[in-house]
Ligand binder design. Structure first.
Ligand SMILES: [Zn+2]
Length: 322
């Protein structure tokens, strides 16, 4: 049987092997690390690492990962231990993000990493597969987190930016360097002619997006054309942190996060509930589609979401921590 626990990441024991999901914990040797995506709290730098080609590239390009990952493409199956195989498939969260399905002892276990179940300008919805054991994130696993249709949030973001520009102010967005920043770049590319200037980490991640076939038009903030745009005030700015820009123009900052649905962000001029995670309904639908016999829930509203699943007849519990 597969033994599941959580300690700085999800850990599975099988025979003599340990498989870690999204964890840099423990010794580098004798453990297999499966990295679902390249957000900083999920990456590992050393050990026997498996990740999709895009995640492996993002870990190097954005976080200067020192080690080397073995790559596993979507729908590819790789043997990782005695009688144990792993298959990866799209989790819809960011470029390269993957859910992993382990097969061993006649049992199938799926670990979702972070998932998004709706299509965005830069990602396809998460693929769901039937499984015996499901380990699922529950960041927004509460019915108060049902996001508005994405096109509405896109429209509000563009409208706000246009208002800033007509006031002679530069609209600036603080968003994760991987995922939401590229969605914002794509949004302004697709629906406006406003040039987009980006900060250093966003620039590094965006290069990898372009390398993997995404069409993105942006200028790194260090380039002379970007400096001219910032001076003239005729651009949108996207960065992973609120940063002083080389401009005498006034700047208004907007935060882009699912939490913006209910939380006001101090220091920001606006906030938009654009998330790379599934909302409550998306998570619920994903579990129903996978038809698990046992579900473990982690992150965010894990207690609530496990209870909600039990009310619907699922055998579900928050992930045990050790
Ligand atoms: Zn993430």
């Amino acid at each position: 049987m597969l033994d599941v626990a959580f300690s700085g990441g999800v850990r599975i024991r099988h025979g003599g092997a340990t498989i870690l999901f999204d964890s840099a914990d423990g010794p580098a040797h004798g453990q297999v690390r499966l990295i679902s995506h390249a957000h900083s709290d999920h990456v590992a730098h050393t050990g026997r690492i498996f990740a999709t080609p895009a995640t492996a590239k993002l870990m190097k390009a954005v976080w200067s990962m020192s080690g080397k990952a073995k790559t596993i493409k979507y729908r590819q199956t790789v043997r990782i231990g005695d009688g144990l195989k792993v298959k990866s498939f799209n989790s819809g969260h960011v470029l390269g993000s993957a859910a992993f399905n382990l097969q061993g002892d006649g049992c199938s276990l799926t670990y979702t990493g972070d998932i998004n179940t709706v299509e965005t300008l830069t990602t396809k919805p998460a693929e769901s597969r039937k499984t015996d054991i499901l380990i699922i994130e529950s960041t927004y696993g509460h019915p108060s987190y049902v996001f508005p249709p994405r096109h509405q949030t896109y429209a509000r973001i563009v409208k706000w930016a246009l208002e800033c520009l007509s006031d002679g102010v530069i609209p600036a967005f603080k968003a994760y360097s991987i995922g939401k920043s590229q969605e914002l770049i794509k949004l302004f590319n697709a629906y406006t002619t406003i040039p987009v200037v980006v900060g250093p980490y966003v620039s590094r991640a965006s290069e990898t997006y372009v390398e993997f076939g995404q069409k993105l038009d942006y200028l790194p903030s260090v380039e002379s054309d970007a400096l001219r745009l910032l001076a003239s005030g005729g651009c949108v700015y996207v960065d992973s942190q609120v940063r002083r820009m080389l401009t005498h123009r006034r700047v208004r900052w907007a935060f882009v996060s699912g939490w913006a649905l209910h939380h006001r962000y101090g220091g920001g001029d606006a906030a938009f509930p654009l998330s790379s995670h599934a909302d409550y309904n998306g998570l619920m639908q994903y579990v129903e589609e996978t038809e698990p016999e046992k579900t473990y829930v982690f992150h965010g509203f894990s207690d609530y979401f496990a209870r909600a699943l039990r009310r619907r007849g699922f055998d579900a519990q928050p992930l045990p921590s050790r």
